[in-house]
Write a protein that binds this ligand. Structure first.
Ligand SMILES: [Zn+2]
Ligand SMILES: [Zn+2]
Length: 288
């Protein structure tokens, strides 16, 4: 063993206690610094989150939308949403806009339409029934078949009857489903193709001056109460814009050729719900 080794050996032996104390202090110091560092890191994170929250408050202003009816701008959170459209009030949602579309209805534009003769506003509502396949209206799918039919999108491979009607190009302005949902296919300002060869009190081509409303149903089943309610509401919404409207069934304007809305449609119930005067129902209230 060298002299240097001997020196350190005796040094450690003599200062054993001192060295232990030094190590203890060093350990405590490291522990203190570690805890302090952790605390600072947490403070930094909290501060960053606070700044971020305040920042995002400024960076995300309220989205502004426009009322489909009157074009007024308003915050999205205050607007009424219907499909992808917005309305400033239930009044504007619940009436025809300047383009002849009803805000509260589901818009499904049909290619089967054209313009009315110059200067002609509708003064007749023609009530129909339809179901696809005939007499099937069990669920939303059957309603969708009618929507598809009026949009020339009906898949004719799904039912033999669909093949029969595949080439027909027809539409109506409105459809009221079994659950009372209202669909619109054509602006009331345009002509929908619902009446065909027809005559109303001596006036031919009823499509020119009428609005067509289809009720989902047939001649064998009563219509649903909610359909009468929806029809009554729609009739008053239309009358608000076209005050001279009269009401007739498809069979009234195309007798011998058409039977809808049929024996199950209660004109009495319709009249009671709407309060329409008898002179606006020229074919009376009897079932037919
Ligand atoms: Zn509005
Ligand atoms: Zn009809």
């Amino acid at each position: 063993m060298s002299a240097v080794d001997l020196f350190w050996k005796s040094f450690f032996r003599e200062h054993d206690l001192l060295i232990k104390w030094l190590l203890l202090f060093a350990g405590a110091g490291v522990l203190y610094l570690w805890i302090k560092g952790k605390k600072q890191a947490k403070l930094n994170t909290d501060e960053a989150a606070k700044i971020k929250a305040e920042h995002s408050k400024v960076a995300e202003p309220e989205v502004i939308v426009q009322c489909q009816h009157c074009s007024v701008h308003l915050p999205k959170s205050e607007a009424i949403k219907q499909e992808d459209r917005f309305y400033c009030s239930s009044d504007h949602l619940d009436c025809l806009d300047a383009q002849g579309w009803l805000g509260s209805s589901a818009w499904r534009s049909s290619p089967n339409q054209d313009i009315r003769p110059e200067g002609i506003a509708p003064d007749l509502v023609v009530i129909h029934h339809i179901s696809l396949p005939p007499s099937v209206f069990v669920d939303r799918r059957s309603t969708q078949f009618i929507v598809d039919f009026f949009q020339n999108k009906l898949d004719s491979s799904l039912h033999p009857y669909f093949e029969e009607i595949a080439d027909q190009k027809v539409s109506s302005h409105f459809l009221i489903s079994r659950s009372g949902e209202v669909f619109q296919f054509v602006s009331t300002q345009n002509k929908a193709w619902h009446a065909g060869v027809s005559s109303f009190l001596g006036r031919e081509k009823c499509n020119d001056f009428s609005i067509g409303i289809e009720l989902e149903g047939d001649s064998d089943h009563p219509f649903e109460d909610i359909q009468y309610s929806a029809l009554a509401k729609l009739s008053s919404q239309l009358s608000a814009v076209y005050p001279n409207l009269q009401f007739a069934g498809h069979s009234d304007i195309a007798p011998g050729r058409k039977i809808d809305p049929g024996i199950q449609f209660s004109w009495q119930k319709f009249q009671a719900k709407t309060g329409i005067s008898a002179k606006k129902l020229p074919f009376g209230l009897d079932p037919r």
